[in-house]
Design a protein around this ligand. Structure first.
Ligand SMILES: NC(=O)c1ccc[n+]([C@@H]2O[C@H](COP(=O)([O-])OP(=O)(O)OC[C@H]3O[C@@H](n4cnc5c(N)ncnc54)[C@H](OP(=O)(O)O)[C@@H]3O)[C@@H](O)[C@H]2O)c1
Length: 236
């Protein structure tokens, strides 16, 4: 995969780490970042757009700014909030938190894929990468817990796989993957870092570098896979 233009959705810990790594590539011409907050960047290749990923007009504006082949990376995610801690047991599940998790963690990527179809012809190669999580793997689930996060990431994974099947037929140049970044030192993982083995808590720069390395080894033939930070495949 060889892109000169990138779109990043969300500018949290991993979103900013990936952005920094992208900007280290001299051949990159443009990086458009969609964030809910107003932001600025010293690098003239960066354009920030303030808005919400669920707004079709906002996404049309974002995609108008890039040329293809380009890579779209969704880095937004929700695990915990002011009034919500990930569930330890079934009895903790609240409908509102579950639906909010699905909206942020799964629907955002579906909205992005729809906007890609609206904005680009079938002959334009686009890579769509969404940050998922290993805990969204159904096959890998032996611990339980975190029901809303697991359900929403499993829904994201199924959405990506389904989009990849459809695009293999209608947009065969496109690459669609789910990506697990490892455990990364951000606000999202901060309350849960105590049990991370030594050397396995990555900083955001590392996380960005690993993603760019993995993407550099992939082509449209790899569409429909679930990849980890080390390039290995994760069972759905
Ligand atoms: N950190 C880890 O260890 C880890 C492990 C596995 C997977 N992941 C996944 O990696 C992705 C990035 O996580 P992170 O660690 O970088 O977390 P983070 O620092 O908390 O950033 C997440 C970003 O998501 C966006 N966001 C949060 N709530 C949102 C909402 N309700 N609506 C729209 N956007 C919202 C925000 O971007 P803006 O404020 O810019 O809009 C926020 O900065 C997530 O999908 C997460 O599930 C992280």
């Amino acid at each position: 995969m060889n892109c000169r233009d990138y779109v990043i959705v969300g500018y949290g810990g991993i979103g900013s780490g990936i952005s920094a790594q992208i900007l280290q590539q001299a051949e990159v011409e443009r990086l458009v970042v969609l964030s809910r907050s107003a932001r600025t960047h010293a690098d003239s290749r960066v354009q920030f757009v303030q808005g919400d990923v669920s707004c079709p007009e906002t996404l049309a504006d974002v995609f108008k700014r890039v040329s293809t082949p380009c890579c779209v990376i969704n880095t937004i995610g929700f695990l915990h909030g002011e009034s919500f801690t990930p569930e330890k047991r079934l009895a903790d599940v609240k409908k509102d938190a579950l639906l909010h998790s699905i909206e942020v963690n799964a629907y955002s990527t579906i909205a992005l894929a729809q906007a890609i179809e609206q904005s680009f012809s079938r002959k334009q190669a686009i890579s769509l990468v969404a940050l998922s999580a290993r805990v969204g793997s159904i096959a890998d689930n032996r611990l339980g817990g975190w029901l809303s996060y697991r359900v929403s990431k499993a829904a994201l994974n199924m959405a990506l796989r389904t989009i990849s099947v459809e695009w293999r037929r209608t947009r065969p140049l496109n690459l669609v993957i789910a990506y697990h970044p490892g455990t990364v030192d951000t606000a999202l993982s901060a309350p849960f870092q105590a049990s991370v083995p030594e050397g396995r808590l990555f900083n955001t720069q590392q996380a960005g570098r690993y993603l760019i390395d993995v993407l550099s080894q992939l082509s449209a033939d790899d569409s429909g896979s679930f990849r980890a930070w080390d390039g290995g495949e994760i069972a759905w």
